[in-house]
Structure formats: C-alpha cells, structure tokens
Design a protein around this ligand. Structure first.
Ligand code: GLU
Length: 425
C-alpha cells in the first residue's frame, strides 16, 4: 500500500515529457530493448525553437514562441500536427513528437514522429492575426519541413484553413504549389476525402473491435466523450450513427449529460451556434471532472493530456477507455485501470486514424490522383483493424496491458529501423 502511495506521489509530479519517457522505459524493460537503442529513442532527433513576430490588429507587434520537434525519422519523413494553445510547452511538443513516432509505426505507415506548437490563444485572436501567425511560423520552420522531410497537420485548435495558409506560405517561398508539405488541407487544394472525420472514424473502428473482443453489443452501448473539437465532435456523430448512445459530452467550458442519450445533431448545432456544448437544454449540466466518472460503457477522452490519474481512475465506470486525445492517462492510472479489468485503447492506436488518412492525403498529393471517400474509409478500416489485432496479440503474448502491447509493436518497429540504418558516420 505504501509503495503505491509513494509511486503516485512521484507520478503526480511527472510532466508530460517525463511521462512519455517513462512509457518508453517501461516497455524497454519488458521487451529487453538494447540499451544503446533505448538511449537513442529516449531523446528527440532535432528541436527547433522559433520566435514568431506577428502584426496584431492594433497595429503593434507581438512575439509568440513556437516549436517544431522531430523525434525519430528512421522509418520515413517526420509527421505530426501543429498545436495552437496557451498551455503549449517545449516538453509537451517533445512528448507529442515521440508519441507520433510510435503511432506511425503501430499503424505501419512510412513516417517518423514530429510535432509543432505555438504558445498562443487562438480563441482570442482575429482571423487576420491567426493568418499572420501561421504564415510567419511556417516561414520560420520551413528550414526543416517539406514533403520529403517533415509534414505538419492539424492538432488542437488548428484547422483546415490554417493548413491552407501553411501550404500557401511554403509554396510561395519555393515558387510553385507543393500540396504534399502539409495534410489536413481543404479538399479544394489537395486535401483528402474523409480526413476531417478520420481521427473519430479510426476511433470508432477500434472501439467496435474492442466491443467484439469483450463480447459486448454496440447497439445502445453508452458513450461519454470529453472534448468536442475535431475528434470528440465527429466521434459523437459517427458513434451515434453506428448505434451507440451518447450519454455525456463536454468541452473546455463544461458538459451536458442525459442517461437516455443526447440528441447529437442538436448538440452539434448548439455548439456551432454558441461555441460550447455547455448550456445545451437536452440534458443536465455536468463538469469535465464528473464526465470522466459518468456511468457509461465507453469513455472517450478527446481533449488534453493527464486527465485520468490515480485520483479518478478508481471511480471510472466505463469498460473501455478509447483515447482520442494524446496522453490523457497517467502511467499510475494505467496500472489501476488494468487491475480493474478496464480495456484502455491507447492514444497511439485509438487516434491513429487521423495520421493514417494524412498518409493517404500525402500519397494522393504526390501522385496527383485522388480517391473516393469510400476507398479512404475502407483502407482506413483495414489498417485500424490490423493495428488492433497486432496490439491485442502482443498484449496477450507478453501478458501486459493494451498500451504496453501497442508500445511493444511500435517501439520494436522503430528500434528495428533505427538499428538497421545504424549510426552515421
Ligand atoms: N495531430 C494528429 C495526431 O496527433 C494528426 C497528425 C497528422 O495527421 O499528421 O495524430
């Protein structure tokens, strides 16, 4: 008992980068990873910090801080989104870049891991200020991005319009259109059919697989979703269409619950009108904290990191936790959920649909040959189902939880590529 307490005291103070390194250290022990490769994979390959001067609507200039981190590129060019959020830190971007390496390897697409972020509050910026910020940030990181080097994409609070500005700025600098430099673009300029809903669709596919594995029926299964951005909102929509009952949703301003199921189309319309799901009249009010412990079968954290800790893990009622967000569960909570028999579909599996369709978008841009949405969704389903089976297979073989199963597959693949390529010179 006292050792559990000691451990959680240490873990509560883990920042997100230490948490990412700790997850790698745990799997390194389990799979007997060579210590020099382990040391290599523990640090990012490259970190770029930039100052981004932006002309504000007032006429004055403000300088924002931004980052692009490339973790490992042994399996292909760097891939990963750009986050615009007031709480961005370099350590967070390093963790997110490392997680992208594992995610791309788990779904077996030929990319390494990268991530970007700018410390800013897009909710309090005008469209013109956001465009100025995006264009100058793109220009500053253009020395390390490119369709053959590192390909950004959307993440928290970045949109297809922002991807369009990235594509345009990079293309202007080179003198011709280069759609393959960024994914998650609007379809009119080389985006892929199905990319907007891909993170949520991938999440639905793996939840379906988990339900089958646990011999649960998805018809009427109750789902609670924390976060109502690109991942959470589309997850609510697609899961409701697939027969699940969405019983609670929330966003940064609060949430709403209805044990008999929310009318998802109405919640989405309300969010689009008011900017939040909080205050929706078709259910009762609940906080983000309460949402995580709400009575449901499937819990989908789809917002930010570190929301499931040793503190609330004992009270989570779901049978499946599907991590549409990156890093929502602390290592301490992983152990508790596993002991309680709750199946956690880890972020690098549950939200990998986004980067998978980003891969399809990049391939379509390079080939200048575009696919029907049905083709995109079918190929996505095949990849997600295989990644689920690979994860479950390793988890069973090693007698570990699903995160460790996924890490065993993913870290093993990155380690193999890294060691085959060797150390230069
Ligand atoms: N930001 C998303 C993620 O965390 C998508 C990355 C991408 O499409 O490159 O996976």
């Amino acid at each position: 008992m006292s050792s559990t307490l000691d451990r959680s005291a240490v873990q509560a103070s883990l920042n997100v980068w230490q948490m990412a390194q700790r997850q790698l250290d745990d799997i390194a022990k389990i799979i007997g990873l060579d210590s020099s490769i382990h040391g290599y994979l523990r640090e990012p390959k490259r970190v770029l910090q930039v100052s981004v001067p932006v002309r504000m609507d007032s006429g004055s200039h403000r300088v924002f801080e931004g980052y692009r981190v490339q973790h490992n590129m042994a399996r292909g060019p760097g891939k990963g989104g750009i986050r615009f959020h007031p709480d961005v830190t370099l350590d967070e971007v390093k963790a997110l870049a490392m997680w992208m390496s594992w995610k791309c390897a788990l779904v077996n697409i030929p990319f390494g891991g990268a991530k970007g972020g700018v410390i800013c509050d897009p909710k309090n910026m005008s469209m013109q200020e956001l465009e100025n910020l995006t264009r100058r940030f793109t220009s500053e990181i253009s020395i390390i991005i490119g369709p053959e080097k590192d390909i950004p994409a959307p993440d928290v609070y970045t949109t297809p319009q922002i991807m369009a500005w990235i594509m345009d700025t990079y293309s202007m600098q080179k003198g011709y259109s280069i759609p393959g430099v960024v994914t998650g673009k609007p379809i009119a300029i080389g985006g892929s059919a199905g990319r907007d809903k891909a993170t949520a669709r991938g999440c639905l596919y793996v939840v379906d697989e988990a339900m089958k594995e646990l011999k649960l029926s998805s018809g009427g299964a109750r789902v609670a979703i924390q976060g109502f951005g690109n991942a959470g909102m589309h997850a609510a929509d697609l899961m409701a269409a697939a027969g699940y009952s969405i019983v609670a949703v929330s966003d940064s301003r609060g949430g709403v619950a209805n044990a008999n199921g929310l009318d998802v189309a109405k919640v989405i319309a309300f969010k689009q009108e008011t900017g939040s799901v909080a205050g929706f009249s078709g259910g009762e009010k609940l906080s983000n904290k309460e949402l995580l412990e709400y009575d449901c079968d499937v819990l989908v954290p789809a917002a930010l990191e570190k929301v499931i800790s040793a503190d609330n893990a004992p009270r989570i009622k779901a049978k499946i936790v599907a991590e549409a967000a990156n890093g929502p569960t602390l290592p301490e909570a992983d152990d508790i959920l596993y002991e309680r028999g709750i199946m956690v579909l880890p972020d690098i599996l549950a939200n990998a649909g986004g980067v998978t369709v980003s891969y399809f978008e990049w391939v379509q841009d390079l080939q200048e040959l575009f696919w029907e949405e049905q083709t995109v969704n079918e190929r996505l389903r095949r990849i997600m189902e295989r990644a689920f089976r690979d994860t479950l297979g390793q988890a069973n073989r090693l007698k570990v939880n699903m995160r460790q199963g996924a890490y065993a597959v993913a870290v093993g693949r990155v380690a193999e590529a890294t060691s085959l390529r060797g150390v230069y010179p």
